[in-house]
Design a protein. Structure first.
Length: 287
């Protein structure tokens, strides 16, 4: 089963993107349930039921994009939200059962918890809802954000922490991502520009620090093959966070520096394929 679901998911993703002519943000989202999630769940000890349910729920999520926003699309997205909610419960159970406190494993718990927001963000997007007055692409971008920054990023930091221990870059990056990700969402919800820019810069700074840890891991790696995805992941997250900073400053000053479509094509692609995918592939060598 190792990598099988991720490879199948990648094939489904290609078919969906081409057949449905999905725009970039939709395509970036679908890569998460179809590829990122099976890669991540392979590295977390989860009950077999989750591994069985994940491909079916991901396929239904993909199918939801074949319909316009409404009841049918939302209904197809609901199983994915339910799965994400169940993963959040699993993460909470892991956290409260563990004694003593373990910062590194708590990052894995947080990844399982934060994904729930992404799952329910998908349902709201496919239903055509406008929570808090927000319209697309912001609603779907919330789902994208919590699948990558909320799930993949803390999971990768936690997995690296398993490898090297709770070093300072792990502590800084982990705290920044886990704390600032929901704070950023709160800044958007409450329309607080200063809070948004502070949270965005905290995430960017934390992951920039983590990129250096990935570089060190790639240098220390005795085998050539894992060095390549580690190097790509390190470069991608650093480059992607530069654009986060530019976008946040522009939004705070109400003067566009990098527009959302540009962010999707640059930050979104390097984050999804370069950081999350390559990082999780490299992390398989640590387990």
């Amino acid at each position: 089963m190792k990598l099988r679901n991720a490879f199948i998911g990648a094939g489904v993703w290609i078919v969906a993107v081409l057949a449905l002519r999905l725009p970039i943000i939709d395509a970036l989202f679908l890569w998460a349930p179809l590829v990122i999630m099976p890669l991540g769940l392979d590295l977390i000890p989860v009950p077999r039921a989750f591994r069985i349910a994940q491909p079916l729920a991901a396929l239904l999520a993909a199918a939801s994009f074949a319909f316009p926003p409404g009841a049918t699309a939302a209904g197809l997205a609901i199983p994915w939200a339910v799965l994400c909610g169940a993963l959040a419960i699993l993460g909470a159970a892991r956290f409260f059962r563990r004694r003593p406190f373990d910062f590194v494993e708590t990052l894995v718990d947080a990844a399982l918890g934060l994904i729930a927001v992404g799952g329910y963000g998908l349902v709201m997007s496919r239903a055509g809802m406008k929570p808090g007055g927000f319209e697309e692409p912001i609603v779907l971008l919330t789902a994208v954000h919590f699948h990558y920054t909320g799930f993949a990023a803390p999971l990768l930091v936690g997995l690296a922490g398993r490898r090297v221990g709770p070093r300072l870059p792990i502590l800084v990056a982990g705290a920044a991502v886990v704390i600032a990700t929901p704070v950023l969402a709160a800044g958007f919800t409450l329309h607080l520009p200063l809070l948004k820019v502070i949270a965005a810069f905290a995430i960017a700074a934390g992951l920039a620090v983590f990129s250096w840890q990935l570089v060190r891991l790639s240098v220390d790696e005795p085998r050539t093959l894992p060095r390549v995805p580690l190097g790509v992941a390190a470069f991608s997250i650093f480059w992607g966070m530069v654009f986060v900073g530019l976008y946040s400053v522009g939004e705070f000053r109400e003067r566009i520096i990098v527009a959302i479509p540009q962010m999707a094509w640059i930050h979104g692609i390097v984050n999804a394929f370069g950081f999350a995918t390559c990082g999780l592939l490299a992390a398989r060598k640590w387990s």
